[in-house]
Write a protein that binds this ligand. Structure first.
Ligand code: HMG
Length: 440
């Protein structure tokens, strides 16, 4: 076995769109720039009334299998990562397999199916499980399908309402992958936190401001842990840095911390001392608070340097373009960031084979994970096959009243009868609990 990683990816976006600048900001009496500049978000995707986590996941997985000309016998494992699950017993992967069995010959009776939960980091954890299964030689030559699918909705008037989203990412994990190989080395930052949780409730209880700080703290720990096992790294080692993106402004904050850690003891740290006219990192403080203040001043100054800005524009910014249009997809979010960055490279006609990605996954509750991926020979063909631009362009643009209704409908409010806004087009649709995932 030479390598293991992601062989192919397909994305399915919820078919409705809430424009944050044009529709949401005026209704909230906010300046549009709060969303477009502050959070870095222009729109969120929403599921139409016939879409849910099963149908979105099944539609992405169906396209993946069809495009890669796979039959159920080629797949030995289906894992779903979600924090929007509706069933405390049956994993969502069984529902998705049931959908796929309607269209492919054969069945998935031989496949190991499961559901992974650790907020948004579960998508990456499912990839890890598949990777380990293949590396252990238990796969008998078969590949794994990982589906990250969520409807990331917050209660109306919660500050999180501007960072909603819905969609699914299906990934094929296999030997000798066409897209990216995964590193063996991983770094973790994990602690019991209560800033974002959903105990027996559909919408999260979230302390938004604290969740931002917890994300940064765990990501910093994961970066330090990665450096312990992955050895010395340099910013120029990485062509892209896809991070978990609840909103692009969050990644803006995380990227500078990651950079500050990566440059430690490199030529860049010395060069920065000249650029910003101060010692690379504050030293000689006995008082913790003074030290933190000095570190924060150093980080602010670092962020403004041309050196950092160029790195950010080259490595981080391309990973954010799809997220700006779709919002937070929870488990799918970091995988959307990977696609977004690779798509930008493909569109610029860059030769990226052998280039590396620094991937930062995160889930509230809370855990961050850092690993490295290496771009493989077949990456351009994989990116060419995506139809995400068409999907984004064909979303139905909700007005505010329609948005309110559809939000209520997804909260299983039986008083709100909402007609569908778009027409299904040869896809799995949700049509009540008795007829889940029927293809129309
Ligand atoms: P908020 O109160 O709506 O917004 O909360 P704000 O007042 O903090 O403003 C947001 C930014 O816009 C700020 O920028 C403002 O300065 C700026 P910052 O200072 O942070 O850089 N701003 C403006 N900029 C330009 N022009 C203007 C303007 N006005 C303001 N006119 C918050 C924001 C993120 C807290 C909220 O949306 C929230 O609670 N979101 C949900 C939680 C979340 O996404 N947390 C992120 C980290 S946790 C995570 O990623 C895990 C998660 O995905 C779940 C999981 O793992 O399962 C959420």
């Amino acid at each position: 076995m030479t390598s293991v990683g992601i062989d192919a990816i397909e994305i399915h976006t919820g078919k409705l769109k809430l424009d944050l600048a044009e529709t949401f900001a005026p209704a909230m009496d906010d300046a549009p720039e709060k969303y477009t500049k502050g959070l870095g978000l222009h729109a969120s995707s929403f599921p139409d009334t016939y879409e849910d986590i099963v149908t979105m996941g099944a539609n992405a997985a169906h396209r993946l299998m069809e495009r890669k000309e796979l039959e159920p016998d080629d797949i030995g494992r289906i894992d779903v990562a979600t924090e929007s699950a509706f069933d405390h017993s049956k994993p969502v992967s069984t529902y998705i397999a049931g959908c796929l069995e309607q269209v492919f010959e054969g069945d998935f009776h031989h496949a190991n199916k499961g559901e992974r939960k650790f907020a948004c980091v579960a998508g990456t954890q499912s990839i890890d499980d598949a990777y380990n299964w293949i590396r252990a030689g238990r796969n008998r030559g078969r590949a794994a399908i990982v589906v990250a699918t969520d409807t990331a909705l917050y209660a109306r008037d919660d500050p999180g309402e501007s960072t909603q989203g819905a969609g699914a990412v299906a990934m094929l994990i296999d030997e000798d992958p066409d897209l990216v190989e995964l590193s063996k080395a991983q770094g973790f930052g994990s602690a019991d936190e209560t800033d974002f949780l959903k105990p027996q409730q559909q919408f999260p209880s979230v302390d938004g401001k604290r969740s931002v700080n917890v994300y940064l703290a765990r990501m910093r720990e994961a970066m330090i842990d990665y450096q312990r096992v992955g050895g010395d790294i340099h910013p120029d080692d990485f062509r892209l840095g896809p991070f978990h993106t609840p909103f692009p402004g969050m990644v803006r904050k995380a990227a500078v911390l990651a950079y500050r850690h990566i440059i430690r003891d490199t030529d860049i740290e010395d060069a920065l001392a000249d650029d910003i006219g101060r010692q690379p990192r504050p030293e000689g403080f006995d008082d913790e608070e003074q030290y933190r203040e000095a570190l924060s001043e150093y980080t602010d100054a670092l962020k403004e340097t041309d050196r950092y800005q160029e790195w950010y524009d080259r490595t981080i910014n391309p990973t954010l373009s799809i997220s700006r249009q779709v919002g937070n997809w929870y488990t799918g979010s970091v995988h959307v960031a990977r696609v977004s960055g690779l798509k930008a490279l493909a569109e610029a006609g860059e030769d990226a084979v052998g280039d590396q990605l620094l991937v930062g996954s995160y889930g509230s509750g809370a855990q961050a994970e850092i690993h490295v991926e290496t771009i493989q020979d077949g990456w351009e063909a994989e990116l060419d096959a995506l139809n995400i631009d068409e999907q984004l362009d064909s979303r139905y643009d909700l007005d505010f009243e329609e948005y309110e209704d559809v939000h209520d409908a997804h909260n299983y409010d039986e008083e709100t009868a909402v007609e569908e806004f778009t027409a299904p087009d040869s896809e799995f649709v949700f049509d009540g609990w008795g007829r889940m995932g029927e293809r129309q």
